[in-house]
Design a protein around this ligand. Sequence first.
Ligand code: 5GP
Length: 140
Amino acid sequence: MREAPADNIFGKILKGEIPSTEVYSDNHVYCFLDLYPQNPGHTLVIPRNYSANVVEADESDVFTCLRVVRKLIPAVKAATGAAGVSVLANMGRDAGQMVEYLHFHIIPRHPGDSISMYELGEQQTPEQLAEMAARIRAEL
Ligand code: 5GP
């Protein structure tokens, strides 16, 4: 299992050095709520095995993440009332990748909303995050 560089924020989240709000986890992936969601319920899926992006990752980590993304989408939709979601993996700063750790975004979408890969959403309180995570977990 490759570990992220010590200063990597998602690596720190995996080690529990920075708090996060878990939605789902298993031996291969960790899924948690985005602290600055584009819309409430914005969820991130990362492999436990470190890589910087979708191309550098082992294929099996990409497939494993996507399998979990598929599992989480209906739960995220049900928990948020969103009829659609955007599934994204940014690669490179020019694409808005802020964290150099492979991650897939699941972003609930609503008619007429707009999302930005260059700007953070509104920071959530621990209470807001806990409530949303409980709603998503209840749908799994
Ligand atoms: P990227 O821009 O790299 O594709 O996505 C990184 C995501 O991580 C952003 O959506 C951002 O809001 C989120 N993020 C940044 N710092 C933290 C943090 O400390 N905790 C959590 N849960 N999410 C974070």
